[in-house]
Design a protein around this ligand. Structure first.
Ligand code: NAD
Ligand code: TYD
Length: 350
């Protein structure tokens, strides 16, 4: 049985990746390593937690001694690295946590992999999951390709850019077998409600204001999280050693247009008169350094590995709304405690 490490498996995307690999690959033993920050939640995986090919280890990827011990114990064949601090607004408030986890933590993992693979790298793979935000911001036209120059603007995107460079450096310098993907904004179930879509769903449900930064004209390219998990599966198994793949939905939305679609769906689901939810839209102070537009050209992944997004946005959004409305207990659990303090700090100032 191959041991595969997934870091950050208790988070949003990580939990979908762990679930997919545990269910589809009984021949793999999936070790989910996560320190369980505010964003990590083991209840995201309650449906597979007793699977015979799944284990959970609570540990911090910045703890080099712990990583060496865990890598020595499991002798991983592959690593799928998702653990990160992931929210731009938190990175603006507190950059150092992003430097520690996203940069230092990644190097600690690279060192641990290098150590156990140094005598034989055949069949091994270190897969670094990254973001399109490393490319910076687009104007009205154009797309990010794998050749686009890195130009990050937030502490979050800068820390991810730095980790991407380090992963490539370990390939070029030490021959570590690596692959990287840079994906656009994800949405779907189990996303922590600090990110736009679950935050808006939760606020509408509670009759609270929907905070829209600036004029709401920033554009994001949205991808259903389960389609990203499929892309990660395909790239992990078939991506070329040392290569980078962009992953995106070909699905650009201005924030304010997206919010209006969401408001309509919510009015219908909650049997409210049309226009009720849109009445909650509140324009607030813009994010510092707010990137205008992200849009991914995922042609390489489509041509070379045959991946395509499976869902239309309206259908994905509808499914996502249904999931949050059906899982109010999950929402209540994750929005108590630390999140309440974060929310007050973040939005009272705006
Ligand atoms: P998330 O914030 O939901 O989850 C991150 C997970 O990492 C949490 O479970 C957390 O407990 C864990 N973690 C954080 N610090 C850790 C540490 N020091 N040691 C061990 N575990 C730690 O994030 P997400 O949205 O699921 O993103 C996962 C990855 O995908 C990140 O690397 C992110 O940069 C990348 N990504 C995210 C998106 C998106 O739209 N969410 C898009 C592209 C790429
Ligand atoms: P977010 O979900 O934080 O993802 P990212 O910043 O990584 O793209 O934000 C998506 C977009 O929505 C971004 O342009 C910022 C905007 N936004 C709001 O307008 N209001 C909010 O409360 C949040 C969290 C985001």
């Amino acid at each position: 049985m191959k041991n595969i490490l997934v870091t950050g498996g208790a988070g949003f995307i990580g939990s979908h990746v762990v679930r997919r690999f545990v269910r589809n690959y009984p021949e793999y033993h999936i070790v989910n390593l996560d320190v369980l920050t505010y964003a990590g939640n083991l209840s995201n995986l309650s449906d597979i937690e007793n699977a015979p090919n799944y284990s959970f280890v609570r540990a911090d990827i910045t703890d080099a001694a712990a990583m060496q011990t865990i890598f020595a114990k499991y002798q991983f064949d592959g690593v799928i690295h998702l653990a990160a601090e992931s929210h731009v607004d938190r990175s603006i408030a507190n950059p150092m946590e992003f430097i520690m986890t996203n940069i230092v933590g990644t190097v600690v993992l690279l060192n641990a992999a290098r150590e156990i693979w140094k005598d034989n790298m055949e069949g091994k793979r270190f897969y670094h999951v990254s973001t399109d935000e490393v490319y910076g911001s687009l104007g009205e036209t154009g797309y990010f390709t794998e050749e686009t120059r890195y130009d990050p603007h937030s502490p979050y995107s800068s820390s991810k850019a730095s980790s991407d460079h380090l992963v490539r450096a370990y390939h070029d310098t030490y021959g570590l077998p690596i692959v990287i993907s840079n994906c656009s904004n994800n949405y779907g179930s189990y996303q922590f409600p600090e990110k736009l879509i679950p935050l808006a769903i939760n606020n509408i449900h509670q009759g609270k204001n929907i905070p829209v930064y600036g004029k709401g004209e920033n554009i994001r390219d949205w991808l259903f999280v389960e389609d990203h998990a499929v892309a990660i599966d395909v790239i992990y198994h078939s991506g070329k050693n040392g290569d980078t793949y962009n992953v995106g939905g070909h699905n650009e939305w201005k924030n304010i247009d997206l919010i209006h679609v969401l408001c309509k769906i919510m009015d219908r689901k909650l049997d409210r008169a049309e226009g009720t939810s849109a009445g909650l839209i509140t324009y607030v102070k813009d994010r510092a350094g707010h990137d205008l537009r992200y849009a991914i050209d995922s042609g390489k992944l489509q041509r070379e590995l045959g991946w395509n997004p499976s869902l239309q946005f309206e259908e994905g959004l509808e499914r996502t709304v249904d999931w949050y409305l059906d899982n109010q207990k999950w929402m209540d659990e994750v929005t108590t405690g630390d999140y309440k303090n974060y929310y007050e700090r973040q939005y009272q100032l705006r």
